[in-house]
Design a protein. Structure first.
Length: 128
């Protein structure tokens, strides 16, 4: 079974489970509070789908393009889950075809690497 995580949309986060026969999908609004609700919603989705983490054979993640914090969160979660489960990560672009066959045949790697729609704007805090 393959878990797909997509955090690249500006307003929504998506997850899907592919087992070769069917696809289960979830999508939730998370524009400004993604970091607060991401983990609980992902856990609920996996739990309602009645699978165990050990059932996953790969984790796919949309690596970008997208906003810095959103893309980074999805990629970090996918990499951490894959590492802890001892499985490979599939990094895909936002507009890639997403089917079980495409994901199953995709080149899996040790880690996914995010890419962004523009350079991150990280600056030092202004002094008071």
């Amino acid at each position: 079974m393959i878990l797909l995580i997509d955090t690249t949309d500006d307003d929504y986060t998506s997850a899907a489970l592919f087992d070769g026969k069917r696809v289960k999908k979830a999508r939730w609004k998370s524009s400004r509070n993604q970091e607060e609700i991401f983990f609980s919603n992902l856990r609920k989705f996996i739990s309602k789908s009645r699978i165990f983490p050990e059932d996953l054979t790969r984790i796919a993640v949309v690596e970008g393009p997208g906003l810095f914090s959103r893309v980074r969160m999805g990629v970090v979660v996918a990499n951490a889950m894959a590492f802890s489960l001892g499985i490979k990560v599939i990094g895909i672009k936002k507009d890639s075809p997403v089917t079980f066959k495409a994901l199953n045949n995709a080149a899996a790697k040790g880690i996914a690497a995010p890419f962004y729609d523009k350079e991150p704007n990280i600056t030092k805090p202004k002094g008071k």
